[in-house]
Design a protein around this ligand. Structure first.
Ligand SMILES: [Fe+2]
Length: 512
């Protein structure tokens, strides 16, 4: 469904909001009987002024009408939801169930295993003994079975010892093909499948899902279910960081990393989840003797960073169908001369929009955020990288961290040079749209306190849990939709047609 009743309601709601604003301005002018008040929106009221003439009233009404017209999209949703305490599902919840059989593989998940989509990294955990790190795989229409050998690792964290964590990279797969695969040995073999992406190219439809800050609450389960049941089937999930929230438990109880791995298996074993590191992956706890950042995350979740000449798993890139996806780390150094900075600087010239029209960036901490949570935390990365994002016409930047939804206008704030005073976001057709999708539903609850008034760069914001879909149609058009958990699976609570910044850089409907 491209245009839902909620989208229509959103347009009407935004218009009503703007009409109220215009009516307020006219009323204010009458009340103060001062024409300047009309134009200054009531900021500079003068005590004694002559009554306005009919012609002045006519001009004021015209000004008010002009204020109405560009108001589309500058909206804080008035959707009313029940705010309940968000609690983690208990350890005996069915979604955490351990698969039957001695040493049965669990927490199975896959991610892209190379730069172009012909490789897959299969990961899983065997709880009792190492078992085998081998993956058996075959094409759906073939009986010829292939083998790939992986490696096993373990780690300790304070008083916790992990199970045996296996990672096996499969190379040389055919594009656009369904493969079955098996992990485990003896009586505890488990079978799954995945579909490889189409060959990298400009006019191939491909559908990405988006989830962030998921955690493992009842709301997290609703988010994942809504993603799975969405009729616009996501083929690959872009995860914008903050996975298990195990670090919210005493001693960062790593058993909650295991429960999270079992929880997401129902999706992540069948389609790649593309990982972004969030602050809840840092697990830096010197009081516990744990001083190596990202220890559980790096042992459990792999990324194909070497394939994009990165030197660390936290920043890397992949091509997938029509998209070039750059993943950045908000929690690794990104200042000038740092490895991440130098890597990103070298990365942009490698993007060929004729091959991959859609340039997508993932990070955890949003650069534009009008909630009173984590306010300005993305500011230093914005200062460092926003100019590159605009120069290279990034289509969209997805982030999480703030536990709510927000979509920006196409704006930039790159003119400031310390002395010129130009430090306000301005409309910029070369700028990305910034989308915060940190509303997966974790234990820390919703971010429902917003800065007021809503900044003009903020097109739509709402504190509800949900997920999003970025549905690429061809080199010029992609349809974005945000789906809140309270609605039916097909309902789009916010949506926008994206026009590609390289191939079709015209103003999108709904932009300022
Ligand atoms: Fe976060």
């Amino acid at each position: 469904m491209n245009v839902s009743i909620f989208t229509c309601f959103g347009i009407r709601e935004a218009t009503v909001h703007c009409l109220h604003k215009a009516f307020f301005i006219i009323s204010l002018g009458f009340a103060t009987r001062n024409f300047e008040a009309y134009l200054a929106c009531g900021v500079n009221m003068v005590k004694s002024a002559p009554p306005p003439s009919p012609s002045l009233l006519f001009i004021a009404a015209g000004v008010a009408l002009l204020l109405v017209l560009p108001c589309y999209g500058w909206k804080t949703s008035l959707y009313v939801r029940k705010l309940e305490k968000t609690v983690d599902m208990p350890l005996n919840a069915d979604v955490f169930e351990v698969p039957p059989g001695y040493n049965a593989p669990q927490q199975v998940h896959i991610t892209q295993g190379d730069h172009v989509g012909k490789g897959v990294i299969v990961s899983w955990v065997t709880p009792n003994e190492p078992g085998s790190s081998q993956v058996i795989y075959w094409k759906g229409n073939s009986t010829w079975k292939n083998k790939a050998e992986g490696k096993v690792t373990t780690y300790t964290y304070f008083n916790y010892t992990s199970g045996y964590i296996h990672h096996c990279t499969i190379h040389g797969l055919e594009y656009d093909t369904k493969y079955y695969y098996e992990v485990g040995i003896g009586l505890t073999v488990r079978q799954f499948w995945f579909v490889t992406p189409p060959e990298v190219g400009p006019d191939i439809p491909y559908t990405f899902g988006l989830i962030g800050d998921l955690g493992q609450t009842y709301d997290s389960n609703r988010t994942l279910t809504h993603y799975e049941k969405n009729p616009k089937k996501g083929q690959t999930l872009l995860f914008v960081g903050d996975l298990s929230y195990a670090d919210d438990y005493p001693d960062h109880d790593n058993n909650r990393w295991d429960t999270w791995g079992r929880f997401i298996e129902r999706s992540a074993a069948f389609q790649p989840w593309i990982w972004t590191a969030g602050n809840h992956e840092i697990d830096f706890a010197p009081e516990l003797g744990e001083t190596k950042p990202f220890k559980p995350f790096t042992h459990r979740y792999r990324t194909p960073f070497k394939a994009s000449d990165s030197t660390a798993p936290f920043w890397y890139s992949i091509k997938r169908g029509p998209a070039y996806i750059i993943v950045l780390s908000s929690y690794s150094p990104y200042a000038i001369y740092t490895p991440q900075y130098l890597w990103l600087q070298a990365e942009f010239p490698k993007v060929n929009r004729t091959e991959t029209p859609w340039l997508i960036v993932l990070m955890h901490s949003p650069l534009y955020n009008s909630y009173n949570y984590h306010y300005m935390e993305g500011e230093t990365m914005r200062v460092m990288y926003e100019t590159w994002f605009v120069q290279n016409k990034v289509d969209v930047i997805f982030a999480g961290h703030v536990h709510a939804y927000e979509r920006s206008e196409r704006v930039s704030n790159i003119a400031y040079d310390i002395v010129n005073g130009l430090c306000t976001p301005v409309s910029n057709p070369s700028a990305p749209v910034y989308i915060t999708i940190g509303d997966g539903g974790n234990i820390e609850g919703l971010a429902n306190n917003m800065t007021e008034p809503q900044p003009k760069y903020s097109a739509f914001r709402e504190a509800s849990f949900g997920h999003a879909i970025f549905d690429i149609k061809n080199r010029t058009h992609a349809h974005f939709s945000w789906h809140r958990n309270q609605d039916g699976y097909a309902v789009e609570a916010d949506s926008l047609w994206f026009y590609n910044r390289y191939w079709h850089p015209v103003e999108e409907p709904g932009s300022i």
